[in-house]
Design a binder for this molecule. Structure first.
Ligand code: NDP
Length: 433
């Protein structure tokens, strides 16, 4: 804490992982001698830079850019870029730290990193977004490369922003280096299923958890927070598996649609018009913007937090449990507070932490890198099959690891230990680096 003052989210993420690692350290005290724990929570490199740009009124704006290259023991740094006004070093470090173990769980050769800016894309014109992205990449490009560091999207960064950044990278370097960014458009090196991957993967993970109790999504009531990339495709997969999503949200509130979300309408509003969830309620018969409370007050069988960190606290968890929730799987990164996690675990609720449940996005990014390296592109069915298999394996690994350490059903422990082991082994093999 003293070394990293004021980085609350980073402290929270490290504490959770280190709690889970206690039995590993008891079994392997050499981990302490080689200072693997100290090394793993110290980023290999962090870059903070100025992002100046001109708005539509020709006024100069200045934002701050970040890239934390956390750990490259298993492969090039890999992790998204977040554009949101709340971004500061503590958020990027928490996300980068989580990414190390998540990427390890995928079984694919990717290290951990994360980046972004405190730029707020909301209310900005298309040309402002483009100028910002170009300025951001004008500094970031020198730190990237398909064997070095490969960013992707996150909150506030989707296909449009990746396009502007890829265009600027290509222009500055004079290299068509497809493998330098993932989440690209399908006509210029992107992968089918990447857009859907995080949401789909989260639901596949939840489905695997349900199966351990002889349950499935069929006929289940589900709430999904957020209405961005992860939320939309989580909703689609829940519907494909026979469940019904009855609520979703954005930072202004939540919408209840007891008939089940009309996904086409939601996609039109969010992906095409870039509108708000209140626009959905205006255009959909029977859907309402809730006047009070929060999305977690609704009685559901399965809850999928897919918006942002610390959006589900202890009292939200208690309400969900009282209302009969049986499973919670995190599409977002660290959306449940430590108190919330404690409640779910004490009540024996199936709880899938983000670093396992939402790993499908980065896994499919790694599949995009494979296709780029092969100068090839795979069809939707094959790519989705790969994603599904990866998620099933991550679930099995977490479950088996939790069992090995005497805590069956503790996916937090399974994910943290399972992710850490490979990274620690590689770091040990490399010596003191
Ligand atoms: P988007 O920008 O597409 O959507 C984010 C959604 O969350 C929006 O509905 C947004 O509402 C809401 N939201 C964001 N910040 C807040 C906040 N402070 N309070 C309430 N609501 C908020 O992002 P993604 O869907 O890509 O990402 C969502 C989560 O999933 C993040 O935690 C991200 O790190 C995680 N994730 C994403 C992956 C990906 O592939 N995209 C991969 C793995 C994890 P509003 O529009 O009002 O801001």
């Amino acid at each position: 804490v003293a070394r990293n003052p004021g980085e609350a989210e980073f402290h929270q993420a490290v504490k959770e992982v280190f709690e889970s690692l206690k039995p590993v350290v008891r079994k392997h005290p050499d981990l302490l001698d080689s200072k693997i724990l100290e090394r793993v929570c110290e980023p290999e490199r962090q870059i903070i830079f100025r992002v100046p740009w001109l708005d539509d009124n020709n006024q100069v704006q200045v934002n701050r850019g970040f890239r934390v290259e956390f750990n490259s023991a298993l492969g090039p740094y890999k992790g998204g870029l977040r554009f949101h006004p709340s971004v500061y070093l503590g958020i990027i470090k928490f996300l980068g730290f989580e990414q190390i173990f998540k990427n390890s769980l995928t079984g694919l050769p990717i290290g951990g990193g994360k980046g972004g800016s405190d730029f707020d894309p909301r209310g900005r014109s298309e040309t402002e977004i483009m100028r910002f992205c170009q300025s951001f990449m004008t500094e970031l490009y020198r730190h990237l490369g398909e064997y070095t560091d490969v960013p992707a999207g996150d909150i506030g960064v989707g296909g449009r922003e990746i396009g502007y950044m890829f265009g600027q990278y290509k222009r500055i370097t004079n290299r068509y280096e497809s493998g330098v960014l993932t989440g690209k458009g399908l006509d210029w090196g992107g992968s089918l299923v990447r857009k859907e991957a995080t949401g789909y993967g989260t639901v596949v993970f939840a489905d695997q958890m349900l199966k351990t109790k002889g349950e499935s999504f069929d006929g289940k009531r589900v709430s999904v927070s957020g209405s961005g990339n992860v939320a939309i495709y989580a909703i689609e997969k829940v519907h494909q598996l026979g469940g019904k999503v009855i609520a979703f949200s954005d930072s202004s509130g939540y919408v209840v649609d007891e008939d089940g979300v009309d996904l086409q309408l939601l996609q039109q509003i969010k992906e095409v018009e870039r509108g708000r969830v209140s626009d959905y309620a205006e255009r959909r018969n029977g859907a309402v913007v809730a006047k009070a409370g929060c999305i977690w007050d609704l009685p559901v069988d399965v809850a999928l937090p897919c918006a942002t960190q610390n959006e589900l606290d202890g009292s939200n968890a208690a309400t969900l449990i009282k209302n009969g929730v049986i499973a919670v799987a995190e599409g977002a990164n660290m959306p449940t507070t430590p108190e919330g996690i404690g409640h779910f675990q004490e009540a024996g609720i199936l709880y899938g932490p983000g670093k396992a449940a939402n790993a499908g996005g980065v896994a499919t990014s790694a599949l995009e890198m494979q296709q780029n390296a092969m100068r090839d592109s795979w069809d939707f069915e094959y790519t989705e099959e790969r994603l599904t298999k990866i998620m099933e394996r991550i679930h099995a690994d977490c479950a088996e690891t939790a069992e090995e350490y005497g805590e069956p059903g503790n996916y937090v422990m399974g994910a943290n230990i399972g992710g850490f082991r490979k990274v620690a082994n590689a770091m040990a093999a490399f010596g003191v680096v």
